[in-house]
Write a protein that binds this ligand. Structure first.
Ligand SMILES: Nc1ncnc2c1ncn2[C@@H]1O[C@H](COP(=O)(O)OP(=O)(O)O)[C@@H](O)[C@H]1O
Ligand SMILES: [Mg+2]
Length: 352
């Protein structure tokens, strides 16, 4: 059981910041996901928490303790990496048991603990196999069981599912979520996959260029992105973003107009709206956008219609039975109360 606090945490190599002034409070038993594109500092931050990297500045608390000066082994954290890091000559059983041996846990308890951890990730029947006799998904589950077996106070997982194929990733993801719920261990999980973040996290920490952009529940960051980076990163498809001008409650861009927005504002803005917050309509002056269809994609549960407007591609989710040809004229209606306004220069959300 442990909360984690990161205070003014930075890691710098010469001029390069791996992580910059990270401030974050993670509650006991919380499932936190660090999300962001490759190179944004997720691994660096995690490695500092694990003790594998010395911070340039700042403090790390795990529970009541400042752990900056503690060795990794004294921090009571267990890490799972993208590469499973299994010992090739040891059986599944011995791989899972390994941390217990290293930590000199009472041998009389090993068998029960190894079997319990293995059963949690459904490896009970594979204990005598060698890693090379396992599939990728099974190997990743061995790595998970090995992390689980010694009941650490913190789990750190760095893109643990990214070597798995799409289908296995989804099922292992569900298993992981269930496991964390069962174990009630504070978990930090790193991924560049926004769907993984949204499905697993109690709270998501969105990062870019070493800095935290936003911290919030999945619903929070989906519904209230704090800037265009978060808006453009979260969601599938990501939020539509169009540059234009707002004046007297009207947003205008070449080929697009939306009325009924925050009046009193007169500025260069980026307007955002989600594909599901708009609808296809009759093309013409009544429509917010009227343009030829750029593409139509069948998603199964919806049909996505995309047009090009003001140098942006803008998509709307239509009914699953909706059909239209490329190049045919289409209208989009967009309700003003579902629109997000961002300052064009800074990208920051404009407070209504
Ligand atoms: N040992 C290192 N020396 C110099 N720069 C590093 C080192 N490790 C990471 N970086 C840099 O720090 C930044 C963040 O890296 P990383 O934390 O691995 O990103 P992520 O895990 O989000 O993909 C990157 O620009 C990376 O090149
Ligand atoms: Mg990484």
């Amino acid at each position: 059981m442990a909360s984690i606090t990161l205070s003014n945490l930075s890691k710098r190599w010469g001029k390069v910041y791996g992580a910059k002034d990270i401030n974050l409070e993670i509650a006991d038993r919380e499932f936190i996901v660090f999300l962001g594109p490759s190179g944004c500092g997720k691994t660096t931050t995690m490695r500092m928490i694990a003790g594998l990297e010395d911070p340039s500045t700042g403090e790390i608390h795990i529970g009541e303790r400042v752990v900056n000066r503690l060795d990794p082994k004294d921090r009571d954290v267990a890490m799972v990496f993208q590469s499973y890091g299994l010992y090739p000559n040891l059986t599944v059983y011995e791989n899972i048991r390994f941390p217990l041996k290293v930590r000199k846990v009472d041998p009389a308890t090993h068998d029960e603990r190894v079997k319990r951890a293995a059963n949690m990730v459904e490896l009970g029947d594979l204990l005598e196999r060698l890693p090379r006799e396992l599939s990728g998904g099974q190997r990743q589950r061995v790595a998970l069981a090995r992390a689980v077996v010694r009941q650490p106070t913190v789990f750190l997982m760095d893109e643990p599912l990214s070597n798995l194929d799409a289908k296995l990733r989804v099922s292992t993801r569900a298993q992981l979520k269930n496991l964390q719920h069962e174990l009630q261990v504070t978990t930090i999980y790193v991924t560049h996959d926004q769907i993984e973040a949204m499905t697993l996290a109690d709270r998501v920490v969105v990062m870019q260029a070493g800095e935290i952009q936003q911290v919030g529940t999945p619903t929070d960051i989906y519904n209230h992105p704090t800037n265009t980076f978060v808006a453009g990163f979260i969601g599938s498809p990501a939020m539509n973003l169009v540059n234009g001008e707002i004046a007297d409650g009207v947003f205008s861009a070449p080929g697009m107009q939306i009325t009924g927005l925050a009046s009193g504002l007169s500025a260069s803005v980026t307007l955002g709206f989600r594909a599901e917050d708009a609808a296809v309509s009759t093309p013409g002056p009544e429509a917010a956008i009227s343009a030829p269809v750029y593409s139509m994609e069948l998603l199964g549960d919806a049909t996505m219609v995309t047009v090009r407007v003001a140098e942006a591609l803008v998509s709307v989710k239509a009914d699953k039975d909706y059909r239209i040809g490329i190049g045919e004229p289409v209208g989009f209606s967009i309700s003003a109360d579902k629109c997000h306004l961002f300052d064009r220069a800074s990208g920051d959300k404009i407070q209504a």
